[in-house]
Design a protein around this ligand. Sequence first.
Ligand SMILES: [Zn+2]
Length: 128
Amino acid sequence: MKCEKCGHEMENCSTAQTICLECPNCGWGFATTLSRPLDEDMTDYRIYLNPGNTETKEHIKLISVICHVNYLQARKLLSSQEPVLIYKAEQEAVSSLSKAGKVMQTAKCLKESSLDFNIIPDFPYEIT
Ligand SMILES: [Zn+2]
């Protein structure tokens, strides 16, 4: 790629997180930060259920599925006065989903059930 200003060959100064081209002759250049794609994100996200959620049958059932606990234990988690850890992404060899992908799947279920939860560290993707 040639420099738009002077026609000199641009230099690639990209890193893992940015795409960067710079003209060694006149200094013109640009850099773009790459957002990490969801399916390559291996961050250890954790989902915490916030206190104050309603204990409907549906909610209890969903929590029991996500946490692999029985109905009574799920109900206890839902009635907690403190945020409780309900999901931690783990990489399984058999799964094709990234950690972030799995968190997205779980967060989507929680969101659809209107449960109030929090993802730590900050989840940079829109839950859709
Ligand atoms: Zn130039």
